[in-house]
Design a protein around this ligand. Structure first.
Ligand code: FES
Length: 112
């Protein structure tokens, strides 16, 4: 996946603005797997760049949900970030060492 990262990056975001592709590389953990992200990009941008398109499972039927509005107006991209559920990952910037997990249903706060 790393070989195709550049092709899938979000370089212009409607809320966060233009992204510099030469920014510092960070490591975040998604469902226990370490992936690469660029400083300043959103969590979903980093996940998309790594080929990850499912961010949560729907409350009623447990169906996979991905990016929908991309500007923080729906709840399609909510995930558990650093143990906190319902984080809108399409408008949340990545931070070094961040832990991101696929959320099922309404999500639960994790104990630290
Ligand atoms: S995709 Fe709609 S809030 Fe993130």
């Amino acid at each position: 996946m790393i070989g195709k990262v550049k092709e899938r990056r979000v370089f212009c975001h409607p809320v966060l603005g233009k992204q510099d592709p030469k920014k510092r590389k960070l490591k975040i953990t998604f469902d226990g797997k370490v992936i690469e992200a660029l400083e300043g990009e959103t969590i979903t941008a980093a996940l998309l760049a790594n080929g990850i398109r499912v961010y949560r499972k729907s409350i009623r039927y447990g169906e996979p949900r991905g990016l929908f509005c991309g500007i923080g107006q729906c709840a399609s991209c909510v995930m558990t970030v650093n143990g906190i559920p319902n984080v809108r990952t399409c408008v949340t910037p990545v931070k070094e060492g961040m832990t991101v997990k696929t959320q099922s249903g309404r999500g639960r706060r994790e104990k630290r």
